[in-house]
Design a protein around this ligand. Structure first.
Ligand code: UDP
Length: 338
């Protein structure tokens, strides 16, 4: 079966393509290379030992997208392509609404017109905001996200629910917690663009000597060590969840399905704990300074992962230490490329 993967050269997309190919699916990638690089394509082929079709264009170009559907017998879509910088989305909200929502709607129109089903959407735990109770379940009340990025994810979810309901379609909404790590081969990972915003890429660059020190944004949170707590999920485990979600949709005999799953480990880890685990896993030193809280940050978020386990037979398998080791291989690979 042919699966369309938008944003398939990106961080989570590339790992998912490897898993799809390894599970016997054929893959068509559409990616405009706005936040990815062409060498990832060769690396996916090298890691998976398989070939796939690649179209480099912006999904906002509706005619080009239509031609892809014309040329291939698409059996489902995993839609990763989206702008994802929280900070930038506050500066340029229209860019986010236009890109993240128009592209989703274009894809769904093709699905509707061509009578296709099986659509998987990358959402985020940002839709919960600061939840009142931990762990966060799929039916935990949603809060309007503060950032335009987060709002596009929440709106995307609503669009998909209406799409499935009105047109009898099968959709799966995957709410990622904090993806981390790289492929064990060291050939795929998160590509740093400028100064990293996310914790693990920043720790990695600090350990590699590219940054002087890590700024820890606040140690006065109401947590055991004062630093904020997140649920960090290894990217290869996350990629495997997409295959599980797809297989579940394909196996389901009903026409109308709206699956929603939290994808995390179920365990909360503080920023200081992450630094310590990273140092131990890679035998490196990560200098840090305690700074003011970062505006918009929440205190605590970790997932209740029982639904994904029960309904998809999926759960995270990799320890934090193993996951963090892979970032070091990836950083070493990037150093050889520079
Ligand atoms: N964080 C930090 N220093 C950094 C980057 C992140 O202390 O340079 C903290 C951040 O305040 C948050 C946690 O690490 O508590 C995870 O941040 P990230 O941006 O990776 O994910 P998100 O905030 O989206 O959960």
């Amino acid at each position: 079966m042919m699966i369309l993967v938008t944003g398939g050269l990106g961080y989570i997309g590339s790992h998912t393509v490897v898993e799809l190919l390894g599970n016997g699916f054929e893959v068509v990638i559409v990616d405009d290379l706005s936040n990815s690089e062409k060498f990832i394509l060769e690396n996916i082929e090298e890691v998976s030992g398989k070939k796939f079709t690649f179209y480099p264009f912006d999904l906002k170009k509706k005619e080009l997208l239509s031609q892809v559907f014309q040329a291939h017998n698409i059996g489902g879509c995993i839609h990763f392509a989206a702008h994802k910088s929280v900070g930038e989305s506050q500066e340029m909200p229209l860019k986010y609404y236009e890109n993240n929502l128009f592209t989703l709607i274009h894809l769904l129109q093709e699905f509707k017109d061509r009578e296709l089903s099986n659509f998987i959407f990358s959402s985020s735990c940002t839709v919960y905001g600061q939840a009142e109770h931990m762990p966060i379940k799929e039916d935990t009340p949603l809060k309007v996200p503060k950032s335009a990025y987060g709002k596009t994810k929440q709106m995307g979810e609503e669009i998909l629910k209406d799409f499935a309901r009105a047109y009898d379609k099968k959709v799966s909404i995957l709410r990622y917690f904090n993806p981390i790590g790289a492929h064990p081969s060291g050939k795929l990972g998160e590509l740093p663009v400028g100064i990293p915003n996310n914790l693990v890429p920043y720790i990695t660059q600090t350990a590699a000597g590219l940054r002087e020190f890590l700024s820890i944004w606040g140690n006065d949170y109401p947590t055991p060590d004062g630093t904020a707590i997140r649920d960090y999920i290894y990217v290869v485990d996350l990629a495997k969840a997409h295959v599980a979600a797809l297989k579940k949709l394909l196996a389901c005999e009903e026409n109308k399905v709206i699956d929603i799953f939290n994808l995390g480990t179920g365990r909360g880890v503080s920023v200081l704990e992450m630094v310590k685990i990273y140092e131990k896993a890679n035998n490196v030193n990560v200098p840090y300074r305690i700074c003011e809280r970062r505006s918009g940050d929440i205190t605590l978020a970790y997932a209740d992962v029982r639904k994904a386990q029960k309904e998809m037979g999926w759960r995270s398998e990799t320890t934090m230490e193993e996951a963090l080791k892979t970032t070091w291989n990836w950083q070493s690979y990037l150093n050889t490329k520079d």
